[in-house]
Design a protein around this ligand. Structure first.
Ligand SMILES: [Zn+2]
Length: 299
C-alpha cells in the first residue's frame, strides 16, 4: 500500500499480509495526512484487519497508526524501545532537541527552522498510546520478529520463508539515514553495520522495503551499503585536522549541496554518527568546550 509523502522522498510503502485466522496484518501505516483513514478503508475493502505492526517510529511509518487502529479495532504492535522513542519524538512532553543542536554547532536560524518543521510534522504523527509490546525473538503467524537497529534504535523487521518486510533497514537506490539523535544510542553506525552483517548471514530472498523497489539480492545490497559507509568514514576523517570542528561544520564538507534545514539536520545527524564511530575506533578525538562539542584528528 503506497502512500504519497510531501517530502523529497515522496512515497512510503506499507504492506498487508494474510494471517492464519483468515484476516490480515498491516505492516506500517503511512503518515497521518488528511485522507489516510479513507485510503486505508478503500485498500482494505472490507477485509478484516487483525493487527498493525509498526517497524519504527518515524513519521511516515507510524503516523497513520491511530486512524488505522480506530478504523479497524486492530491492536498496534510495537517494540518497547521504539514506543519510548515515539513518545520522546512526538509526545506532548517530548524532548527538546535545541541543546543537542547547539552543542553540535547548528546556527540559531537553522535551529529555529528545524523547530518549526518538527512542530508541523508532529501534527501529522498519530501514534497509538499503550500499544502491545512485541520484541525481537517473537513469532507472529510464522513471521520472526528481528531487531535491526541503526536507522532507528528499536527498529524491528519481519522474516518468513526468505521474505523480509524490512521497514527502512535496507533500501534500493538510496541508503537509510543513520544518525546520532538527541535520544539515540551513541553508536548507531556500529549497530547498523552489525544489522547489515545479520542480513548477509540470514540471506533473505527478497526485502520488501519502506521506500523504492523491492530488493531481490539483499545480501549484495547490504554489502554495497556497508561499502558506502566505509567510504563516508574515510571522507569524514579527511574532513578533519588538528583544529576542532563541529559536527554541523563537518556536514557542510560531507554534504556540500544546499539543503533545507530538515535535510541539513539529517545530514548533520549522519555526519555525527560517522564521527562518533571514528571516536570509538580511536581515529578521532571528541572535545567539549563550554558545552560545544567538536571533533579533531588524533595528531
Ligand atoms: Zn525511517
Amino acid at each position: 500500500v503506497t502512500f504519497g509523502l510531501p517530502f523529497q522522498l515522496d512515497h512510503v510503502h506499507a504492506y498487508l499480509v494474510p494471517t492464519s485466522g483468515g484476516g490480515w496484518m498491516a505492516v506500517d501505516t503511512g503518515l497521518g495526512l488528511p485522507g489516510v483513514r479513507e485510503r486505508w478503508e478503500a485498500e482494505l475493502g472490507g477485509r478484516q484487519l487483525d493487527r498493525i505492526f509498526v517497524t519504527h517510529y518515524h513519521p511516515d511509518h507510524i503516523g497513520g497508526a491511530a486512524e488505522l487502529a480506530d478504523l479497524t479495532g486492530a491492536a498496534v504492535l510495537e517494540g518497547r524501545l521504539d514506543y519510548e522513542q515515539a513518545v520522546d519524538a512526538w509526545g506532548r512532553a517530548g524532548f527538546r532537541s535545541e541543546p543537542y543542536m547547539r552543542a553540535h554547532g547548528y546556527p540559531e536560524a537553522v535551529i529555529a527552522a528545524i523547530d518549526r518543521h518538527h512542530e508541523a510534522l508532529t501534527q501529522l504523527v498519530h501514534f497509538v498510546e499503550e500499544p502491545e509490546h512485541v520484541e525481537a525473538g517473537a513469532t507472529l503467524d510464522g513471521w520472526s520478529v528481528l531487531a535491526v537497529p541503526g536507522h532507528a534504535d528499536g527498529h524491528l523487521a519481519l522474516l518468513r520463508d526468505g521474505v523480509m518486510i524490512g521497514g527502512d533497514v535496507l533500501l534500493a537506490g538510496i541508503t537509510p539515514n543513520i544518525s546520532l539523535w538527541p535520544h539515540s544510542r551513541r553508536d548507531t553506525l556500529r549497530a547498523f553495520l552489525d544489522t547489515l552483517d545479520l542480513i548477509c548471514e540470514l540471506r533473505p530472498r527478497i526485502v520488501l522495503p519502506g521506500h523504492n523497489e523491492p530488493i531481490a539480492d539483499p545480501a549484495r545490497r547490504a554489502a554495497e551499503t556497508r561499502e558506502h559507509h566505509e567510504l563516508r568514514l574515510a571522507a569524514a576523517l579527511d574532513a578533519l585536522s588538528s583544529e576542532p570542528r563541529s559536527g554541523y561544520d563537518v556536514s557542510l564538507t560531507l554534504f556540500p549541496a544546499e539543503l533545507d534545514p530538515p535535510a541539513r539536520r539529517m545530514a548533520t545527524g549522519e555526519t555525527l554518527a560517522h564521527l562518533e564511530y571514528l571516536v570509538d575506533e580511536g581515529a578521532v578525538v571528541r572535545s567539549e568546550d563550554g558545552g560545544r562539542i567538536a571533533y579533531s584528528t588524533t595528531e
